[in-house]
Design a protein around this ligand. Structure first.
Ligand code: 5GP
Ligand code: ZN
Length: 118
């Protein structure tokens, strides 16, 4: 199931250390190693999916769970409440989309401005 050369598969398996934000049977969330914002974590499916371009209808509930988990974890991690606070969700996809790690991941960023990027 895990791709041997995938760093996020290794993080999910605990072979590379990470600062865990959340975990359940299907999802793992952890702090980005190079945060752009005061809060910056990634939510990944535990099963390797290379990118958002690889999604099919069978992934609908998994992606729905990620998108409904994001606001809950954002608040828990210190993002302010909507509308004064809030957060940004980014899914870089493919080379032109700026994707560097080819295991689907949803960036969740927030916290007081200014941010390093974005
Ligand atoms: P992408 O450009 O693929 O959307 O973003 C990949 C993200 O993964 C980057 O923000 C980068 O800082 C983060 N990242 C890359 N390697 C590691 C790692 O080993 N540990 C953690 N926690 N984050 C990583
Ligand atoms: Zn992977």
């Amino acid at each position: 199931m895990a791709e041997p050369d995938c760093i996020f598969c290794k993080i999910v398996e605990g072979k590379i250390p990470s600062r865990k934000v959340y975990e359940d049977d299907d999802l793992y969330a952890f702090h980005d190693i190079a945060p752009w914002a005061p809060v910056h974590f990634l939510i990944v499916p535990k099963r390797h999916i290379a990118s958002m371009a690889h999604l099919t209808p069978e992934h609908e509930s998994l992606m729905g769970r990620i998108m409904t988990l994001a606001p809950r974890l954002a608040l828990e991690q210190g993002c302010g409440a909507y509308p004064e606070g809030g957060f940004r969700v980014v899914v870089n996809t493919g080379k032109e989309g700026g994707q560097e790690v080819h295991h689907l991941h949803v960036h969740v960023m927030g916290g007081p401005r200014p941010w390093l990027k974005g």
